[in-house]
Design a protein around this ligand. Structure first.
Ligand SMILES: Cc1ncc(COP(=O)(O)O)c(C=O)c1O
Length: 449
C-alpha cells in the first residue's frame, strides 16, 4: 500500500531546526504555530516540509484551502495576472477582476435582492467593514455577537470575539458598544432538557438579552457565524437562527452572517447560512474564497452598502488583483469539480469513522458538524463531559508527528476540527483518519479501566 504521508526525520528536522532558531530570534512569541517545521511545497491535500517530510493536510491553513494547495486553475490565473499588472490600487485606477469577482459573489449569495460587494484583504477587515456599513445605514451604534464567537484580532473584531485567553487577555480596553448574547451549545445543554426545549430556552434567552443588556432600537447589527469555527464547530439549531433573524427584522437590526470559515464549499454549500433558510442583510467572506491569497469581502443589500459616502470605505490593497483572480479561479474549481457535493461526502466519511471509533473510546464526547466542517469533542469521559484539553493536545501532537496536520479549537481547547482541502482523495482521507485514530487509541487511557 502506498502511503501519502511520509516522515523521514525528527520533527523538527535539521533544516527546520535552523529556521526555528532564527524564528525565535526575530518573530514575536505571540505568533503561534501548530507544528515546529516549515513548508517547502504543497500540492492538493499534502504539504512537504524543508526536510522532505510529507504531511496529509487536515488543517488547510485554517480553512483557507478548500480547493487544495496550488490548484493549477488558481496558479495559472495568478501567473497570468502577475504578467499583466500586480496592483494599480482600485482607488487609483480600477481593474476588471474586482468587478468580475463582485458580480460573481453577488450572484452566488443568498437572496434575490440587489446586492453590492466591497472587497478587502483579511477576514477581520471584512467584519470591521460590515460593522461600519451597518452603523452608517442604521444610524445605530450597538453590535451584538455571541458567546464562543471568533471574528478576528483587530481592536473591533477582538472586542466582538468571545474567548478571553489568548485572544483578549491584557489587550483591553475594548471597543465600546459590543454585546455578547448567549449562543446554543447543544452538546452542553442541561442533561434533562430535550433538544427542542433547549432551543426554546435559548430563543427566550436571546429575547431576555434584548431586555437586560441592550435595547434593540440601538442595535445596528447582529453578527453570527452560521457554524462557530474557533468556538469548536458548534452548529446551532435552524430554529434558533431563524428566531434571531426574525427578531432582527422586527427591530430593524441588520443580520450579518460571518461566513469567513464556513464559506465556499466547506459545509456543502457556498454559504452555510443557506442550510438555515435565512437571508442575511450582509455576509462577510474570506479564507477559502482566495485559495490562499489574502482577499475578503462584504456582500450586502445595495441600499445598505451604498449608505457610506465616497472615500469612507476602501484601502490600499483592498480587493487586490491577485486575490480577485485567485478567487474567481477558486469559484470555478468549486463549480467544475463539484466540491460542494464532495464536502457532503467527506463529512459523512469522517463522521462515520469517529462515530464507530466512539464505540471503543469513551473520550470521544461528540462528533458533530455540517458538511465537511466536522469536529470531535474530547472529554475525560462521556458521563461527566469534562473537557480534556491535555489529551486533545497530546492526540494532535502525536498525529502531527505521524504525518497529519490537524488543528484544535473550542472554548475549552478540547475540540479536534477538520478543514481538509475538499480535493483530498479517498485514499488520503482514509490514511489521515487512520493516523488520527491510531493517535487517539495510543494517547487515551480509559479512566475506568
Ligand atoms: C468566523 C471568522 N471570522 C473572522 C476571522 C478573522 O479572519 P482573519 O484571520 O483573516 O482576520 C476568522 C478567522 O479565523 C473566522 O474564523
Amino acid at each position: 500500500m502506498t502511503t501519502h504521508a511520509s516522515i523521514e526525520t525528527n520533527i523538527p528536522g535539521p533544516k527546520a531546526s535552523e529556521l526555528l532558531e532564527r524564528r525565535h530570534q526575530i518573530v514575536p512569541n505571540a505568533v503561534s504555530y501548530g507544528i515546529p517545521t516549515f513548508a517547502a511545497k504543497a500540492d492538493g491535500a499534502k504539504v512537504t516540509d524543508v526536510d522532505g517530510n510529507t504531511f496529509i493536510d487536515f488543517a488547510g491553513a485554517i480553512g483557507t484551502i478548500n480547493v487544495g494547495h496550488c490548484h493549477p486553475t488558481v496558479t495559472k490565473a495568478l501567473h497570468d495576472q502577475v504578467d499583466q499588472y500586480i496592483h494599480t490600487g482600485f482607488n487609483v485606477m480600477m481593474y476588471e477582476p474586482y468587478i468580475e469577482l463582485a458580480e460573481k459573489l453577488a450572484a452566488l449569495a443568498p437572496g434575490s435582492h440587489d446586492k453590492k460587494v466591497l472587497l478587502q484583504n483579511s477576514g477581520a477587515e471584512a467584519v470591521e467593514n460590515a460593522v461600519k456599513v451597518a452603523r452608517k445605514y442604521t444610524g445605530r451604534q450597538a453590535v451584538v455577537t455571541f458567546e464562543n464567537a471568533f471574528h478576528g484580532r483587530t481592536l473591533m473584531t477582538m472586542s466582538m470575539t468571545s474567548k478571553v485567553k489568548p485572544y483578549k487577555f491584557g489587550f483591553g480596553p475594548f471597543a465600546p458598544e459590543v454585546y455578547k448574547a448567549p449562543f446554543p451549545y447543544p452538546y452542553r445543554k442541561p442533561r434533562e432538557m430535550t433538544e427542542e426545549a433547549y432551543t426554546n430556552f435559548m430563543i427566550e434567552e436571546f429575547k431576555k438579552f434584548l431586555l437586560t443588556e441592550v435595547a434593540p432600537e440601538t442595535i445596528a447589527a447582529v453578527v453570527m457565524e452560521p457554524v462557530q469555527g474557533e468556538g469548536g464547530f458548534i452548529v446551532p439549531e435552524q430554529r434558533f437562527v431563524q428566531a434571531v433573524k426574525a427578531l432582527c427584522e422586527e427591530h430593524g437590526i441588520l443580520f450579518v452572517a460571518d461566513e469567513i470559515q464556513t464559506g465556499f464549499g466547506r459545509t456543502g454549500k457556498y454559504f452555510a447560512i443557506d442550510h438555515y433558510d435565512v437571508t442575511p442583510d450582509l455576509i462577510t467572506v474570506s479564507k477559502s474564497l482566495g485559495a490562499g491569497t489574502p482577499i475578503s469581502g462584504v456582500i450586502g443589500r445595495s441600499e445598505i452598502m451604498d449608505a457610506a459616502g465616497a472615500g469612507e470605505l476602501g484601502g490600499t490593497y483592498s480587493g487586490n488583483p491577485l486575490g480577485c483572480r485567485a478567487a474567481l479561479a477558486a469559484i470555478e474549481v468549486i463549480e467544475n469539480e463539484g466540491l460542494n457535493d464532495r464536502a457532503l461526502h467527506i463529512g459523512e466519511v469522517v463522521k462515520d469513522r469517529f462515530n464507530r471509533l466512539s464505540e471503543d473510546l469513551d473520550c470521544i464526547g461528540e462528533v458533530r458538524g455540517l458538511g465537511a466542517m466536522v469536529a470531535v469533542e474530547i472529554v475525560e469521559d462521556r458521563e461527566t463531559k469534562a473537557p480534556d484539553k491535555p489529551l486533545t493536545q497530546k492526540i494532535i501532537a502525536e498525529a502531527q508527528h505521524a504525518g497529519l496536520l490537524v488543528l484544535g479549537a473550542g472554548l475549552y481547547g478540547n475540540v479536534i476540527r477538520f478543514l481538509m482541502p475538499l480535493v483530498i482523495t479517498d485514499e488520503e482521507l482514509d490514511e489521515g483518519l487512520s493516523i488520527l485514530e491510531k493517535a487517539m487509541k495510543n494517547c487515551y487511557t480509559p479512566q475506568h479501566a
